[in-house]
Design a protein around this ligand. Sequence first.
Ligand code: ADP
Length: 325
Amino acid sequence: MPYLEIRKLEKKYKDFGLSASFGVEEGEFLCIIGPSGSGKSTLLSLIAGLDTPDGGSIILDGKDITKEKIQNRGIGMVFQDFTLFPSMNVEKNIQFGMKEKGKDRKKISDALLALVGLEGYGKRSVSSLSGGEAQRVQLARALAAEPRILLLDEPLSALDAPLRKSIRNSIRAIHDSLGITMLYVTHDREEAFSISDSIMIMHDGKTVAMGTAEELYNHPKDLFTAFFTGEGTALPAHLVFENTDGSMFFRPEHAVISEEPVNPTMYPMHIILNDAEIVSAEFTGSGYMLGLDYQGYPILASSATKPRRKTVSLMILKESILILE
Ligand code: ADP
């Protein structure tokens, strides 16, 4: 049985319905990604106990906590908005939810400050902190309560890119040193790819896919997951055995560009698309992302060099093509 088990959890709002079932192993770092409005925050609120579900259950470490009070769940939270108490200094903020009493409190808050990279910040006022420092203090405060699970809802989205990268790496390092189970909501695919053990994708209140970044990118089971985990091309395909229509999907790096026309009979392992017109060539640093038009269908292909011709041929290894619905 997983450490955290979400069983048919339901929540209805006027125009929105959440329905989620999944499990998280102890010590796992799960990133939850999905478009805005897909239900990521609603899901975290239900797990934390900030909101009440309409149905289903939340099992933590074998115990049903669906109706448990927030303070008895053993769940810590870090949110995007800086929610530190402005009237308390950094140390007092961290000690706020601590179970420990007596003089050890200071020792623990100092250790937590060191853990989040803010050694010596204990006496600083909250208003003197930068956005990144405030998020680190929030993290230390959440950890001070010794939660069994830590929920993080877009904790870094208000910060600029370089700072986001450095703090997300600290969060992952803290996860690894404490072995604490973390559920981390982000809209940033690259962030999820870089720090997660596994990723769950949400769409329209449903959990549509779950797996490692590699599994979801290389073997998506549906078009939504395919496009949400990276760029690609979907061309209509008729599935002969099923007698239904589907799509053949491939990533830009799987389409090889040839500036000369290609004879398909010479390449039985490939699908050949001749006479694809280059519509755009975007420089990506490592090469070019080409936007092509093939008989009215848009195609994306990456190329190390910028083609000199306006029309090129594409060779796609059949093995790298996915048939999706
Ligand atoms: P996400 O975090 O993926 O952006 P949310 O969980 O915040 O999505 O929201 C999902 C949907 O639920 C949205 O359509 C939002 O408007 C709606 N919603 C969230 N909270 C409430 C609420 N308290 N009352 C009514 N609708 C809500």
